[in-house]
Design a protein around this ligand. Structure first.
Ligand code: ADP
Ligand code: ASP
Ligand code: MG
Length: 416
């Protein structure tokens, strides 16, 4: 029957009744003959509360202690899930990240997985035991608890699946990946199959349904990944996945997708900050003077626009993650003499809207359709970036929902 990793997010384990429901999903797969490892998130709201406490304790705090605090949410659900499984007569035990062990680098708060060696879990599979691993957490090479960044349990699950040579099912509060966030567009449709590349773009451009890093790992290790709902009745016949097919969305190779739309999905992100450096001299070396100091501080720049110069001076606009905006402004301020600009402007009231689809490689005009549709709604475009399979625009955040809905209709993605 093979091995299976089943990951359950925060809303799916929000209370004991929901954990019982999770255990019934697990029981179904165990009864179908799978060796099962379960990966759980913290109960809904828990991680936010823990993060809040660390901030209240001290605005600037030790990142290692932040991780010690926020990793605790998953420890609780792993133990509770094992207790509920045992009570149902299914042998199970919990595994903390350090017990597996899931080893990471030392980037506290956003650690990357370096190695995972689940020999203990495999040994116990042979005895018929279900493993319940706490998601989101690991251990650094110097023995401290680390966390993988918000949404990181998805990545824990995919990494474990890769190490176990297993399939990975991500159970969440929606029944699959949609053409856009179903919370803001009621007409969004479930996608039956999406390629790793498209899912990677969707995730990194704002679709929170999977953590970006989890898709990267699934793509590199070719882990079959399925997104599905934990709220559907665990015992109904169409929940059985022994044949490898299933009721959710399959993230897979492009070659395994028969029907391909030009645009597969639309993502949005309100996590951008915009900076405009006003009246900089238009001469060689000026971009290096602006972006060098940002790179030195590890701030990644996304969109860049440089205006046509008038009288030898020009404006340069770029975006950075909102959390880095203050640091970016400080870096530019500190380099004022070297850059030689007049002033800086910044804004957080911007949103990035992206259309994504591998069909764009062979189909011209996607960007033009996008610009036209936004212009018809009088939505001004402040910056643009493109890649082979996506076009992103920066707009005023107030128009986020209107823009997403408009584009959803433009590319014929609306369902009933
Ligand atoms: P979990 O707690 O299970 O990890 P998340 O909240 O992280 O769940 O992710 C699920 C949410 O992602 C959904 O409730 C949905 O609002 C949001 N989402 C955003 N974009 C999409 C999309 N394209 N398809 C499906 N869900 C999406
Ligand atoms: N509990 C963590 C978070 O809320 C990790 C996760 O749920 O994936 O970000
Ligand atoms: Mg999540």
């Amino acid at each position: 029957m093979g091995r299976l990793v089943m990951k359950f997010g925060g809303t799916s384990v929000a209370d004991i009744a929901r954990i019982r429901n999770v255990a019934r999903h697990v029981a179904r797969e165990v009864n179908a003959g799978h060796e099962v490892a379960v990966v759980v998130s913290a109960m809904a709201g828990t991680t936010d509360r823990l993060v809040g406490w660390t901030r209240e304790a001290a605005a600037l705090h030790d990142a290692r202690e932040y991780d010690a605090v926020v990793a605790s949410g998953e420890q609780v659900t792993a133990g509770l899930t094992a207790i509920v499984l045992q009570e149902m007569g299914i042998p199970a035990r919990s595994w903390q990240g350090w017990q597996v062990p899931l080893e990471t680098d030392g980037m506290h708060g956003a650690a990357r997985i370096m190695r995972i060696n689940p020999v203990g879990i495999i040994e116990r599979f042979a005895q018929g035991q279900v493993a319940v691993m706490a998601g989101f957490q690991g251990i650094s090479t110097d023995g401290r608890i680390t966390t993988l960044g918000r949404g990181g349990s998805d990545t824990s699950a995919v990494a474990l699946a890769a190490a176990l040579n297993a399939r990975c099912d991500i159970y969440t509060d929606v029944d699959g990946v949609y053409t856009t966030d179903p919370r803001i567009v009621a007409k969004a449709q479930k996608i039956a199959r999406i390629s790793y590349e498209e899912m990677l773009e969707m995730a990194s451009l704002g679709a929170k349904v999977l953590q970006t890093r989890s898709v990267e790992l699934a793509m590199v290790y070719r882990v079959p990944l399925q997104v599905r709902s934990s709220f559907e009745a665990p015992d109904s016949p169409n929940q059985n996945t022994s044949d490898g097919g299933g009721p959710g969305t399959l993230v897979c190779d492009e070659e395994d997708i028969v029907e391909q739309q030009v645009v597969t999905g639309i993502a949005y992100s309100r996590d951008e900050g915009k900076v405009t450096v006003v009246r900089v001299p238009d001469r060689p070396g000026v971009s290096a003077a602006i972006f060098g100091p940002l790179a030195d501080r590890g701030i990644s720049v996304d969109m860049i626009v440089q205006n046509v110069s008038e009288d030898g001076l020009t404006d340069v606009t770029f975006t950075v993650p909102q959390k880095d905006l203050d640091r970016a402004l400080k870096a530019i301020d500190e380099s004022k003499d070297m850059i030689g600009y007049e002033r800086i402007r910044s804004s957080q009231d911007v949103a990035k809207i992206s259309v994504i689809g591998v069909g764009m490689r062979s189909h011209a005009g996607v960007a033009a359709d996008m610009f036209k549709a936004l212009a018809e709604k009088s939505i001004n475009i402040q910056a643009i970036t493109t890649s082979e399979i996506k076009v992103s625009v920066l707009i005023d955040a107030a128009y986020t929902e209107l823009a997403v809905r408009t584009l959803h209709t433009t590319y014929d993605l609306d369902g009933e």
